[in-house]
Design a binder for this molecule. Structure first.
Ligand code: 5GP
Ligand code: ZN
Length: 112
């Protein structure tokens, strides 16, 4: 399948990897929107949040348990933002589900 994040997960395309386990990879965003900006990406191809099912509960839970651990390891001390862009109106540009984690600056709200 011609999917950028599948290729990054399989190391066909290099990335600045910060974590890997059986279920996910996490790597720095190529176009960071904050001093710390990384992505958590499941190894299995799921197109978007809109496509998840109950079978993915353990995976989603794993990702959200990992987020504070990685944020802490990267020295984010004063809070952070977790973002999932879903579909065209959500601003999704890579059609393989991923969660952004942004930190080390104050975030704006509403996001626009
Ligand atoms: P989306 O817009 O789908 O929520 O997020 C896609 C993210 O992937 C963007 O923040 C973009 O900068 C990042 N991105 C796109 N291509 C690459 C790449 O080849 N390597 C890395 N590390 N990040 C990428
Ligand atoms: Zn994929």
């Amino acid at each position: 399948m011609d999917c950028l994040f599948c290729k990054i997960a399989e190391k066909e395309i290099p990335s600045d990897l910060i974590h890997e386990d059986e279920f996910v990879v996490a790597f720095k965003d190529i176009n960071p929107q904050a001093p710390v900006h990384f992505l958590i990406v499941p190894k299995i191809h799921i197109k978007s949040l809109d496509q998840i099912s109950k079978e993915d509960n353990a995976l989603i839970s794993h990702i959200f348990n990992l987020i504070p651990k990685l944020a802490n390891e990267l020295g984010i001390e004063n809070g952070y933002r977790v973002v999932n862009n879903c579909g065209p109106d959500g601003g999704q540009t890579v059609d393989h589900i991923h969660f952004h984690v942004l930190g080390k600056r104050e975030m704006l709200w509403p996001p626009g």
